[in-house]
Design a protein around this ligand. Structure first.
Ligand code: FES
Length: 183
């Protein structure tokens, strides 16, 4: 497969065409925090925790590294001041599941209203259920601040045996929801 030459954090890399910035950086040993990315699932680009700063045609901008493909001549900064600033904001937005990361970024509390759940709405359980299992049992319910993960009532018997998505859930929300529905 074709390679493209680009630069990440000052290091030149021959990246695999078609790969994303996140995949390429991780392969170079450069860690970019991410939440909704999962290599088994389609790109979602929902949490924005993986934002990086790119320079293209002399212009800088922030992009979600899990969704942005590598390009010839691209310059990427994974921890510029702008990146750190937006990452701190996102950590506050998903505070209950990002407290460990918060320590790394000097965030000690969230300015935003505390959600009464530790679910970050990364949607990995919903997408895994649909894309990998073909089941569509976990789903997003509600809108805005009322949005939450739910299980289709009466359809979740197989969840009791499957439990595969639990491994990806950082807030244990899907487990709590299952306990609530099937207690
Ligand atoms: S990991 Fe890239 S947007 Fe969530």
């Amino acid at each position: 497969m074709k390679k493209v030459s680009m630069n990440i954090d000052g290091k030149t890399v021959e990246a695999q065409e078609g790969a994303t910035i996140l995949e390429t950086a991780e392969a170079m040993g450069i860690h970019i925090p991410h939440l909704c990315y999962n290599e088994q699932l389609k790109v979602y680009g929902g949490c924005r925790l993986c934002m990086v700063e790119i320079t293209k045609n002399g212009k800088k901008r922030l992009v979600a590294s899990c969704a942005y493909p590598v390009e010839e001549g691209l310059v990427v900064e994974t921890s510029s001041e702008k990146v750190k600033k937006i990452r701190r904001m996102i950590i506050e937005l998903i505070w209950p599941v990002a407290q460990d990361l918060g320590r790394e970024y000097g965030v000690t509390a969230s300015r935003f209203r505390a959600a009464n759940t530790d679910c970050s709405l990364c949607g990995i359980c919903v997408r895994y259920c649909a894309e990998v299992k073909g089941s569509h049992i976990a789903y997003f319910k509600g809108r805005g601040i009322d949005r939450e993960i739910a299980l289709v009532p009466g359809m979740g018997k197989e969840c009791l045996y499957c439990r595969e998505c639990f491994n990806f859930c950082k807030g244990s929300k899907i487990l709590q929801e299952m306990d609530r529905v099937y207690a």
